[in-house]
Design a binder for this molecule. Structure first.
Ligand code: FCB
Length: 486
């Protein structure tokens, strides 16, 4: 299991001739001085649902917990303790050599009732971001990461603005953007409108693992995707209007991007023509369909590969693309083939075809060369890229150091080959609440002990690896030899 993956990967890639990855390891890999190394977090996942006065935030996710939909009926009252202990987690990030930190604010905390905003929550966000800056961590702020107030989406009552055909969801979201951005404008230059359109659609309306838990609801999926395209474009323009303060002196007050779940999609059987076709189409949907809309204006809502319309309101609403890259998926025609073009192309999990391949605790197949593939594909848009999430659920921290080394090495090689990549964010600093998996999946470079008061943390070997790289902004042969196959 601990076999060093990158060498094998590089050989395979070289044999297939499908990448510009150099098959020979070259040292040192040097990252530019202004390259960003840091961690990504999401308020709900690390802060939980309780306010400081112990009242509970009412959101689609708190209701989901109430309905017993999280693994083993878990609840996320206190997250991993970040609500009160954020300063210590930021200390840890800075001590590891990070110079950036990403944090997704929680709409449900900010606007508990429609039109009623919580000033205390806003102040808390200002405090957290100020604490980042004091420690030399450049903030990257995400405005929407799946959690809505219960008045927007409620799995209990069935209310769901995101799935509506009208613009109520987007109109409502603009109110919170208008509330939260101005007080942060003097602290933040880098913004993300929202994260992972297809994680939302698949988990909420196709497989039903996230609220509102719909299964194969194609009408809602289509409405949600359209709403999310407009949410992105309108948020992009609104942030540009509201943030006129250049905090880092580069002459630009606000850069605004999207984070997409970037996935390496390959055919399950590399020679089967049906699998190849399906993989190509699935790759288009996951990696390109949404970005095409917000960059070129090409809207393909029926997912057939052809845009039905060109919407100039959506076009050119990206300053950068954030890639959340975790894994390779294998695609094959599925039993649902006739339902719809997209929903008939599910991917298979590594446990279904070869669980002996290196994988995370969540059965995500490890593939550093897939990161190179997605970097190459997304570079076609001509925009700067950030690796805004990368990491591994690995409870015993056995595979993760070499996983991170291989992925950061891949980024270094891509930089050396001229690709415009500005930063790398590990998911995440401390174990947290992994959505429907709850506390079961551990991604943290600090391991959290949930059985003890205050949720104390223990540093992992992965944290040492991260710090070795971030401190010298390099991968030299010493780091490589120390970490590559352990
Ligand atoms: C990503 C999510 C993030 C986290 C990681 C493991 O898809 O954006 O919140 O749960 O997966």
């Amino acid at each position: 299991m601990k076999a060093h993956l990158f060498v094998l990967a590089a050989v395979i890639v070289a044999l297939l001739g499908c990448s510009r990855t150099v098959g020979v390891t070259k040292f040192p890999i040097q990252f530019p001085p202004n390259f960003l190394f840091g961690f990504a977090t999401v308020a709900y996942q690390s802060e939980g649902t309780l306010r400081r006065d112990d009242t509970r935030v009412q959101s689609n996710w708190s209701e989901w917990e109430d309905l017993g939909k999280v693994q083993d009926g878990q609840r996320n009252d206190l997250g991993n303790g970040f609500r009160d202990g954020y300063a210590e987690d930021l200390d840890r990030a800075a001590a590891l050599g990070a110079n950036t930190f990403s944090y997704a604010v929680d709409w449900a905390r900010l606007e508990p009732e429609q039109g009623v905003f919580d000033e205390k929550e806003l102040k808390r966000i200002v405090d957290i971001i100020t604490a980042m800056r004091v420690r030399g961590l450049k903030p990257l702020i995400v405005l929407f990461h799946w959690v809505t107030p219960a008045w927007v989406q409620s799995p209990k009552t069935g209310k769901d603005m995101l799935a509506q055909e009208d613009s109520e969801f987007v109109d409502s979201f603009m109110e919170v953007v208008n509330y939260v951005v101005p007080p942060l404008a003097g602290l933040v230059d880098d913004w993300v409108t929202f994260e992972e359109p297809y994680s939302i659609v698949l988990a909420e309306y196709i497989v039903g693992e996230h609220p509102p838990g719909k299964i194969l609801d194609i009408q809602s999926s289509t409405n949600a995707i359209r709403n999310l395209m407009h949410l992105h474009a309108r948020t992009f323009h609104m942030v540009k209007n509201l943030d006129n303060k250049d905090t880092d002196g580069d002459g630009i007050a606000a850069t605004v991007g999207l984070e997409n779940l970037a996935v390496e999609v390959v055919p399950l059987h590399p020679d089967a023509s049906e699998d190849i076709k399906v993989a190509r189409h699935f790759n288009y949907i996951l990696n390109h369909q949404f970005v095409n809309a917000i960059w070129n204006g090409d809207v393909d809502l029926d997912l057939d590969g052809q845009a039905e319309e060109n919407d100039p309101d959506l076009a050119r609403t990206l300053d950068f693309i954030g890639l959340n890259y975790y894994q390779r998926v294998r695609a094959a025609p599925g039993a649902l083939r006739n339902v719809a073009p997209f929903f008939g192309t599910p991917y298979v999990d590594v446990r279904e075809y070869d669980p002996s391949l290196p994988h995370s605790d969540m059965y995500q197949e490890v593939s550093p060369q897939g990161l190179r593939t997605v970097i190459e594909e997304y570079s076609e848009y001509g925009l700067p890229l950030y690796i805004t999430e990368n990491g591994m659920a690995d409870d015993d921290d056995d595979l993760r150091p070499s996983f991170l080394l291989d992925h950061i090495y891949t980024v270094g090689m891509a930089l050396a080959d001229g690709y415009d990549i500005r930063g790398f964010y590990v998911w995440t600093i401390s174990d947290n609440f992994e959505w429907a998996d709850g506390r079961g999946s551990r991604f943290g470079l600090y391991k959290v002990d949930y059985t003890r008061e205050g949720f104390p943390r223990t540093k992992t070997r992965s944290a040492n690896l991260f710090s070795a790289i971030a401190e010298c902004r390099c991968i030299d042969s010493e780091i490589w030899n120390a970490w590559a196959s352990r």
